[in-house]
Structures are given as C-alpha cells and as structure tokens.
Design a protein around this ligand. Structure first.
Ligand code: AGP
Length: 354
C-alpha cells in the first residue's frame, strides 16, 4: 500500500527513513567507523535544549548512561539559564540540541556555560542549521542534516537529532576500544524498519480516528519512552490544540490515574523491558476506570489495548524511533480528522526568540 501524503508535516514524517539513510551515509563509513569529532576524554555529559529538541535530550540521556557508561543529565534551556551554579570539570561535555540553531533560550544556555570556568568548558551542538549562531558558538558540532523542516511541529529534525545522539554514543564506545558493529548494523536497518511502519498505516489511522474522539488523553511510557510520550503529547497539543498529558508509567499510578474515566483514552508505549509491568498496570486501569486503551508495542503478542499497534523489534534503539514515528503519524492524522491544519498551528512560530 502506498502512503498518501496530505500535509507538509506528513511529508516530513514520511521523509524520516531517507533522512536516516542520508545520516548513515554521511557519518558511518562502509567499515562501520563513526565519522564525527569528539573530545578524547569525556567524564560527564549534560544535554540542554527546548521543546522537541529537549525531548531528544531526554531520550538520549538514559541511552548515554546505559550504553556509554557515562553520567548524563538533560535540562530545559530556559531552566538551565536560571541555575545559579553549574558544576563542570575539564572533561565535562555540554551538548546543545536545536533544529534551528537560533532558539534564544538555548543560545542563552550556551552563553551561560561559556561564562563558567573562563570559557574552558567543552561545548557541542547538534543542529540542522550549519553556520547558525549555535553552530558558530560551539567547539564541536554535528549537522543533523534533515533538510529544511517547514512544519512548525518538528518531526524529521527530531529523529535526525536522536540519530546523531546515538552516533555520539557509538563514537564514545569506539574511542574506548569497544566493538560497535552490532549497534551499527542495527542503525543500518533503521530506515527499512521505519519505512515498514509508514507503509502499515491502517492501524495508525484507526488509532487516530479513535483518539480524536477524546479530550482526556494520557500517554504513558517508561525511561526513554517517557520523553517519547511527551513528544507525542507535544505533537497533539501543537496540531490538535488538545491538552494531552504524558506520564512515566509507574508514576502515573501514584494518583494521576484518578483523572481517568470512561471518557478518557490511554496510549501506552510497551517494549520488552516494561511489558509485564505495563500489562499489570493496564489491567488495574481497565478494572478501575475502564478507559479506551491504545498500545504501541514492539512486542508482538501484547493484546492489552482495544487497539494494538505493532512496531515489532527487539532493539530498544529501533523501538524508540518506531514509537516516536507512530505518535507523530497519529497526531498528524488526528489534526486532519479534527479539521485543523497541522502546518500552521495558531500562535506558534518555527523559531522561538526573545
Ligand atoms: C516542536 O514541535 C516545536 N515547534 C518546538 O517545541 C521546538 O522544538 C522548540 O522551540 C525548539 O526549537 P529548536 O530545536 O529550533 O531549538
């Protein structure tokens, strides 16, 4: 089945497999080496950004800790600039993520860290805009090279940023002498995986039709999938003007769950790691509140939802991109169903400046 395109946002979502393919060609050599520059020694990483780019930071941070074995925090740019103290060592790396390279909050955050320690802090940016202010301010830089992103709701640029964050992890591992061939192969298979999700659009359409009938929408995910859930909520807010909330799955059960009733819908992101836990909690949720449930799951036999969207893979890195893409498509399709134009959300601009 050929996926039919209806808006610029959808066109940009459909471009994601080719954006990733391009990044693989650009940054991974045929021998599997990672072609980016990084400081040789990194003791800890702090990733700073706003909006969708912050969600990239929050997705990447636990991946850096888990795979590269390095302490990694993430912060909202606007909060970072309000912090009275920043603790840095000579081997700390501050990474700033921005599609535009011109967001004021993130530029101010770079200036704030550069004023610490006589400007010796190492800075890096991941940006889609070569020669932007951010590009010129940072010591190390990666072009996320997603092509121009016109839609105000960021989609392909975010996937490109997450891919670049994974390149940083791979580079750190290879600098430490570790074998990265398995992860590189997983990344090489990513475009075909995303292509399959786009082509299998019927379930996504069905989910969008169902979700768009509700105004009380909660999206649940654990660890890296919590910021994926937040990104799904952000996309629905920007394109459908709905007050969608995202929660970490376990935390949701500590009181937040009380917002549910038969007029609510829950979207749950489920992978191998949280499958048993998520199913147990969804059973409780169904028993106590009986909301509609949509599962986006990389595990084939999960049937906990009224609608179950399978994005089958055993690899967490792939499932992150797959669940993100699925939520982007649901949000974009919902906007169409609700007769909103996702390409020009009211009151929003592509670059947020002072
Ligand atoms: C995302 O859909 C938004 N339009 C917005 O949150 C955006 O990600 C944020 O303003 C940051 O922009 P940047 O990546 O250009 O810095």
């Amino acid at each position: 089945m050929e996926a039919k395109q209806t808006s610029i946002m959808q066109k940009e979502i459909f471009e994601e497999p080719s954006v990733i393919k391009n990044l693989i060609e650009r940054y991974i050599t045929p021998e599997g080496e990672i072609n980016i520059a990084l400081p040789e020694k990194i003791s800890n990483i702090v990733i700073v950004a706003s909006g969708s780019s912050y969600n990239c930071a929050a997705i990447a941070s636990p991946l850096v800790i888990e795979y590269a074995n390095i302490p990694c925090d993430c912060e909202y740019s606007s909060e970072f600039v309000l912090q009275k103290k920043h603790f840095v060592t000579s081997d700390s790396l501050y990474i700033f993520v921005s599609q535009s390279g011109e967001t004021s909050d993130t530029l101010n955050a770079i200036k704030a860290i550069k004023s610490v320690d006589d400007g010796h802090v190492k800075t890096m940016c991941i940006t889609n805009a070569k020669d932007s202010t951010m590009w010129n301010l940072c010591d190390y830089k990666i072009l996320s090279d997603a092509g121009e992103e016109k839609s105000i709701a960021s989609t392909k640029a975010l996937s490109a940023q997450i891919f670049c964050s994974i390149l940083i992890i791979l580079k750190i591992l290879s600098q430490n002498g570790e074998d990265i061939s398995g992860m590189v192969n997983t990344m090489r298979r990513l475009p075909a995986y995303l292509e399959r999700i786009i082509m299998d659009g019927d379930k996504i359409k069905k989910a969008a039709q169902t979700v768009s009938q509700y105004e009380n929408i909660s999206i649940l995910g654990n660890k890296n999938y919590y910021p994926v859930a937040k990104e799904g909520a952000l996309k629905m807010k920007e394109t459908c003007y709905l007050n969608v909330m995202a929660y970490p799955f376990g935390e949701f059960m500590h009181g937040h769950v009380a917002v549910l009733n038969q007029t609510s819908i829950v979207i749950a992101i489920i992978d191998e790691e949280n499958a048993a836990f998520a199913q147990r909690n969804l059973e409780k949720i169904r028993k106590n509140y009986n909301p509609k449930i949509v599962c986006i799951t990389s595990v084939q036999d999960i049937k906990a939802g009224d609608i179950n969207i399978y994005i089958k893979t055993k690899r967490k890195t792939k499932a992150i991109f797959g669940s993100l893409l699925t939520l982007q498509l649901i949000a974009c399709t919902m906007a169409g169903i609700l007769d909103k134009n996702p390409d020009s959300p009211k009151g929003l601009t592509k670059v947020v400046k002072d």
